[in-house]
Design a protein around this ligand. Structure first.
Ligand SMILES: Nc1nc2[nH]c(SCC(=O)O)nc2c(=O)[nH]1
Length: 289
């Protein structure tokens, strides 16, 4: 059985797992402010949303205190801590689920691990000073992701690749080597091609269409396409009309070997993923019988 070691928890990767997105930010692009009451973060509202996603079939919850949509400005660390830590503590106390924290700040990584998180998810691939050391000091799983450009502020200015799949693969291979050098074992690592992070529509479409080529890296893939602009651009849909397109990308990602899907719409995605796997397993069952 393929397993991701997530601190005190182990995640079965023999089947694709669905990660529910829990933005605890007032300005996230697709559901900004959904857990805010007038200006204040409501921990109870955040917990209710997490409970619903677990009921819907999420086996991971990704808690993010900084919006990383294109053009977003960084959040002060203390503000991020104030948003994330109380929600991690509440979810750890109340729910049986793998808790992921979407952060680039080493202070938030350490505090989240203390508060009960199981996975550190960094869209900046643990490149901030002290971030990889902070991750290595825990026994949490990590997700390391490709982004072209230094941050969401500038990543979409002029994305450019000679060969996007090869360049993303080379970047992720380098991240694996950084992790190994600092003592983060392979069975704690998820890799993520970073859809929408310094990529044009064509880059994103090619990356999904050729994603099976990333299996050469031999570590499990996390995919985050849910409600992203690649869907809006391909279908000419606003952010609240991208469920069907998101499901199409989830099905394709699963057929190409994604092991974790990071999504807003958990129930719909769980059914799409399970149906896809039912068909895929049929062919495997038939070949084995
Ligand atoms: N690992 C990982 N973490 C993420 N955090 C965001 S924030 C922007 C959004 O949800 O559209 N995207 C991703 C992603 O694609 N992969």
């Amino acid at each position: 059985m393929a397993v991701l070691e997530c601190g005190t928890r182990r995640l079965n990767l023999d089947r694709t797992q669905v990660m529910g997105i829990l933005n605890v930010t007032p300005d996230s692009f697709s559901d900004g402010g959904s857990v805010y009451d007038d200006q204040a973060l409501s921990v109870s509202r955040a917990l209710q949303k997490a409970e619903q996603m677990v009921r819907d079939g999420a086996s991971l919850i990704d808690i993010g205190g900084e919006s990383t949509r294109p053009g977003a400005t960084p959040v002060p660390v203390q503000e991020e801590l104030d948003r994330v830590v109380p929600v991690v503590e509440a979810v750890a106390r109340e729910l049986d689920v793998v808790i992921s924290v979407d952060t680039s700040a080493p202070e938030v990584m350490r505090a989240s691990a203390e508060a009960g998180a199981h996975l550190l998810n960094d869209v900046r691939a643990f490149t901030r000073p002290g971030a990889l050391e902070a991750a290595a000091a825990t026994d949490l799983a990590i997700c390391t992701m490709h982004m072209q450009g230094n941050s969401p502020i500038d990543m979409q200015n002029s994305p450019h690749y000679a060969n996007v799949v090869e360049e993303v693969a080379a970047f992720l291979q380098h991240q694996i080597e950084r992790c190994r050098q600092i003592g983060i074992k392979d069975n704690r690592i998820l890799l993520d091609p970073g859809f929408g992070f310094g990529k044009t529509l064509e880059h994103n479409l090619q990356l999904l269409n050729r994603m099976q080529e990333l299996h050469a890296l031999k570590l499990p893939l996390l995919v985050g396409t849910s409600r992203k602009s690649m869907i809006g651009q391909a279908l000419n849909r606003d952010v609240d009309e991208r469920l069907y397109g998101s499901l199409a990308t989830a099905v394709l990602a699963v057929t190409k070997g994604a092991k974790v899907m990071r999504v807003h719409d958990v129930a719909a995605t769980v059914d799409a993923v399970r149906m896809t796997e039912a068909v895929m397993c049929e062919s495997a069952d038939r070949e084995n019988n």
